[in-house]
Design a protein. Sequence first.
Lengths: 349, 349, 343, 343
Amino acid sequence: MPRTTFSQAIELALSAAMAEDDRVLVLGEDVQMLRRSLFLRFGTQRVRNTPISESAMLGTALGAAMAGWRPVAEIMFVDFVTVAMDMLMNHAAKLATFSNGRWRAPLVVRAACGGGYGDAGQHEQALWGMLAGVPGLSVVVPSTPADAAGLMLAALHDPGPVVFLEHKLLSQDWLEAVGGHSRARAALDVPENGTIGEVSFPPEATPLGQAALRRPGTNLALVSVGVGVHRCLSAAATLADEGIDTAVLDLRTVSPLDREAVTELASSTGHVLVVDEDYTRGGLSGEIAAVIAERDTGARFGRVTCEGTIPYARELEREMLPNEQRIVTAAHRLLGRESRQAASSQRAR
Amino acid sequence: MPRTTFSQAIELALSAAMAEDDRVLVLGEDVQMLRRSLFLRFGTQRVRNTPISESAMLGTALGAAMAGWRPVAEIMFVDFVTVAMDMLMNHAAKLATFSNGRWRAPLVVRAACGGGYGDAGQHEQALWGMLAGVPGLSVVVPSTPADAAGLMLAALHDPGPVVFLEHKLLSQDWLEAVGGHSRARAALDVPENGTIGEVSFPPEATPLGQAALRRPGTNLALVSVGVGVHRCLSAAATLADEGIDTAVLDLRTVSPLDREAVTELASSTGHVLVVDEDYTRGGLSGEIAAVIAERDTGARFGRVTCEGTIPYARELEREMLPNEQRIVTAAHRLLGRESRQAASSQRAR
Amino acid sequence: MSAQPDLRSLYRQMCRMRYVEETVAGLWNDGLITGEMHLGTGEEATIAGVAAHLRPGDALSVDYRSTPPFVAHGVDLEAIFRELLGDAGGLDGGRAGHMHLLSPEHLAAASGIVGASAPVVCGFGLAAQLDGRGQVAVAFFGDGAVNEGMVMESLNLASVWRLPVVFVCKDNRWAVTTRSRSVTAGGLRHRARGFGLPVVTVDGRDVAAVWRAAGRAVDNARRGLGPTFLIARVERLEGHFLGDPLMQVARNTRVLTAEVAPLVAGVWSGPGAGLPVRLRSLMRLSQTIAAAMLGQVRPRKDPLMLTRGLLEASQAAALEQETRAEVAGALAAARGGKVLRSA
Amino acid sequence: MSAQPDLRSLYRQMCRMRYVEETVAGLWNDGLITGEMHLGTGEEATIAGVAAHLRPGDALSVDYRSTPPFVAHGVDLEAIFRELLGDAGGLDGGRAGHMHLLSPEHLAAASGIVGASAPVVCGFGLAAQLDGRGQVAVAFFGDGAVNEGMVMESLNLASVWRLPVVFVCKDNRWAVTTRSRSVTAGGLRHRARGFGLPVVTVDGRDVAAVWRAAGRAVDNARRGLGPTFLIARVERLEGHFLGDPLMQVARNTRVLTAEVAPLVAGVWSGPGAGLPVRLRSLMRLSQTIAAAMLGQVRPRKDPLMLTRGLLEASQAAALEQETRAEVAGALAAARGGKVLRSA
Ligand SMILES: Cc1ncc(C[n+]2csc(CCOP(=O)(O)OP(=O)(O)O)c2C)c(N)n1
Ligand SMILES: Cc1ncc(C[n+]2csc(CCOP(=O)(O)OP(=O)(O)O)c2C)c(N)n1
Ligand SMILES: [Mg+2]
Ligand SMILES: [Mg+2]
């Protein structure tokens, strides 16, 4: 299989879908330049620059989807979806229920997400928890080129709506755009295995709602998405050196959530550490806690999350986002809690 | 103490604050009519009708707050905040961090929330989880007239921003507006103790972040906010009749969250059932699971939540929102899980 | 497009809408329809005049005064009634209700969010433009909605892309209890012109005038000449929604006295602004109430009355009878047997 | 307000802004400043001409080209540099960075969200109006931002409430890689007029012209005559942001060839639209690149050059020397000792 970058992988999926289905459209600010190879191949009708009007853009995508087209609407950064949340959550997400399942909007909202390059908290948010909190929205966050292609294809085939989030640290296109040539010197912690990898050609769809076990392990389960998965893999290697056999589960889609995979791993390892670049109260880490508790896995739970607004200064940003150091420390704490937990659960009975 | 309705209680707090501090403003669509007694007392400068422009409204409130005023911006229903989320979450909520704590926006966003009167899912959402998910926002959801006054006062004194949510089933003003005179016949399940009660005069502030134990109990803890608290109290009475000694904790503020109160009750009862009118993945119920797991309370966890878009038909709506029946059933299931859980946690060790 | 409106068929359509709304009001008063019920009574001429130009394949994106346009666009009356009654046999299985009526077959969608019909109609319009078969998409929204950011974004987008869209702004001069003029800078015409849109203003109570203006707008859209902004002056005959407190005050002197007395008393109560400021507030409130009352005493603005006057009395009566029967029949069918929900 | 601009002090201010931005570019190129760095080079005349009319107590709400207005509004240069370097001693403790500069003392706030300066300035304006001491509030935003719903909502609100606000639309004709005209129906003047706002268009590279126009607008605002929409034609000298790929293509023939070759090759590759459609796309891209290149070869539009030409050479040189020294001094101080963050 050819080695492909994360950005190319998405383009591969998109161009394959556009070639196959005349009804796939791309619309967004600057897409004729940003997606210029698609623009060249498919022209001004199907790759459309919009004004800086995200509500109109998402509404247009929604209406077109309702009328049988398959638009991919690009909100540059997911942070900007906040100016157009109504179209997404009160309209696109509610169509299926309100129409009694008769009307669907096969709409993909594509946006860059995540931090770690010094843009600060108005441009570096994850927000997948907030989006996944809305019934009726699917939210996917690929961590590898293969999944980037596979999940984009799946999103394009889904009855929708699907939010497709690409982490800026994984996407050459965005890294280029946001960091320019300073990025080497700005010492970004780019996970290489996420930015380039093997992608089958033609790409194959990765089903929504299926987590991938990136590393097996018996003592501890790290559960994450996006760049977090790579942080977990590094931490798992470190922990393994200490004799802690650490599994890494890549959720791949925040909604639908692969509750089975989480439950299974929680039961088998007894310790779940969620590594979530989204806010502590963004919803994902809490949801995992709820899943493992509701299903009586008896697993201990801990989390490494973004605990506040992401500050600009690089060292503050580094502390705010999940990093290997924080994961390892949290893993130690989680495993160290064992005895205390046994005592307290004794008392509770 | 005089008996006061929920709506009057809020007005009491607002009028007291406005009389005391010239810098308190009220702005929103139709507020000159909706809050006509404030309008009559404080005039066109301080009670201002806005166009139907929620982003401009919140931005104006934010800017005025940054310049030293204390605006209360009314977004009629919290569902509509989605057209203006950016101002709230990317600006108001981030001001304190970005200014290194030097600049605060003492802004109150007031909105009606919640369902149970047949308006369907675009007007009946809770959304407090989504809002509480944003670092820098406080979110309060009073369940009694005393707290309505007390939390509004606290919100007005807070460095902000605070979102103040009043449940429509508790608020006469809104019930009147949304149901008109048909409401008696439409058989709404209005919790009487929430709509009228004793409020001290002058009203006293209820500190943000302090839960209230509405009913003590040793076997099971029901944790909720808003109308859910009243549903829990009914369910607790039923469960008590069966010999299940059930506590009811009213969180009162979704953010800040009274983690201590939750932990304490989880430890003492060993069983936590969250009753949350917000979406299952809205964030609150998951966060409670995380808190009790992180703190190794060893408590079992269950939840009764809104599992999807709220449908219009009354009987479907009734099933979708937490009700006494669902709470009792979930409590039975939670307590019945005991044995299974003991076995599995045995295995995990 | 014939050059003269078929007044009979337009009146017939208007009667259907009116009788449906009257029926809805009755059901709401009986507690069988729930929530905030916004009627479209007073908008019938506008809706009939526009909808008459729509063909199968054309799309409709409307606000929460949604039953009339759905009726005019050919959606089954029984399905609508059942929907509003929350019946499993309703248009949307009882899941949508009156603020979110959806009919994929008719490409018709409603929303309870002010202004939301505008972005969605752009999507319908884009689909029509890409399909290239001369379809059009029509949006209805109120005069208050033009201040919602997403509406203005949509006017721009449609204008830039020359979408086959007709934006129909139903100007009833009110947004709930607010006089729209007091919160709309520049006015509606000016506003829409700022987006490079052709603007047509029409008396929305005059069905023939609406029919002609809408015909040109729809025709232009079909021919690829882009969107039009049509301002139609309509009435709000039943207040903002059923049970509107403002209407109760305006209609019932007893309620008026009961409501106004404490307000007047309030002018002297509690610390606050000085008397002149308070009196100004009182004056504003009085003006609002007076405007609502005035709105009540102008029955000649009722579009049905106006249209009736243009027909032979016997003809009109026959149409009324026929449509009353149709609506009553649909209601009877809808209430006849509840469709049960399978668990 | 004196009737004639003080060109010396305006030029001084412009030089300060320019040298700060040049310094910032250097630091960014060295990887010491991170993120999307949007410079305001080319906007100096507009910002200086407007800021000259501001007094203590006036407020400023700006976009992500924020350093120049902060400099002109009197914020300490060392604090700005430290902020951009992420230093604990920065204006905002290094937590804000270049897109969110905040100075409560100056009532000055920046935002990285397109259009966000408009709603916030309404709040500053409302506070000023209520305070009643003749303060004003000024917003800066781009020509692309006028299509953002919240900007249009704000124009309406400010107009309706007659807020003491000046909206300065910096028209550089671009929104990232999009020609604003191609996505803005009706044009800027028309658009703003639709909100009943007085609109003034000025060559934003001509500092004297800006100074005069802004003076009138600020004066009107102070006197309670309401808001003005000021359109200032500016340049975007460094592309959208530092490292802008479009600028690299436009400036460097080698990059141009490397970038364009695969595009041209792409015209024939893979299934998709027919050749005419593809060639049209290619033409559009070429036009965009050509426009960016053209923008490069018009140095006479540089507002600093233009203003310099109005001064005596020796005077200009002295001002340049003085301000260069000031900026260099501030940088040296900022880099002198890092303020450590207490844990
Ligand atoms: C985004 C949003 N804001 C506020 C509301 C509450 N609301 C419902 S109808 C209405 C007035 C709308 O006025 P207009 O557009 O003139 O329509 P009309 O009701 O007069 O037909 C308001 C404020 C809403 N539904 N959605
Ligand atoms: C809401 C939002 N949408 C999109 C962006 C991405 N973005 C940043 S600057 C920009 C172009 C703005 O153009 P204009 O307003 O003309 O300002 P200029 O950059 O030309 O000064 C865009 C689209 C953003 N920051 N915020
Ligand atoms: Mg209206
Ligand atoms: Mg621009």
